[in-house]
Design a protein around this ligand. Structure first.
Ligand SMILES: [Zn+2]
Length: 140
């Protein structure tokens, strides 16, 4: 998931269609950058304004499907976050095999270890997102 930052002034807001078009361009570039194989089916969804997240991803390892849900209302007012958020969520797909490992662990590894695991994955995704932004700056 990608947490929201304070939005920019409304004068710089995009339309929902602009957000969606830019998100699709970012998805194509990020799937290529992170070498997500073609047999993965990755879908973009656009939601309303609720929630603390700019975006989140749900990964289905069994059927090699992932759905990235973007908070369109937030991203309209922070269009500079579209490219970053899509890259961040695609980086989560790249690390999804670790989630499959986690699910297989016994229940006693919940709690503190779960927090540590989530932090480790998120920190790594943040690093990968910075590489993505350095190597593929937002063209908008
Ligand atoms: Zn995340």
């Amino acid at each position: 998931m990608t947490r929201k930052a304070p939005p920019a002034p409304l004068s710089q807001a995009w339309t929902g269609a602009q957000v969606e078009a830019h998100a699709h361009a970012a998805l194509t570039a990020a799937l290529n950058y992170f070498r997500i194989p073609d047999h993965w089916e990755v879908t973009l969804c656009f939601s309303g304004g609720d929630g603390d997240n700019a975006g989140e991803v749900h990964v289905d390892q069994t059927y090699l499907r992932a759905t990235i849900t973007l908070n369109t209302e937030y991203l309209r007012t922070s269009p500079q976050k579209v490219w970053e958020t899509v890259g961040h969520e695609v980086a989560h797909i790249a690390l999804a095999p670790f989630d499959a490992f986690w699910v297989g662990l016994p229940d006693k590894t919940q709690g503190k270890q779960r927090e540590q695991y989530i932090r480790a994955v998120e920190n790594t995704v943040v690093q990968l997102t910075r590489m993505w932004l350095r190597d593929h700056p937002d063209p908008a």
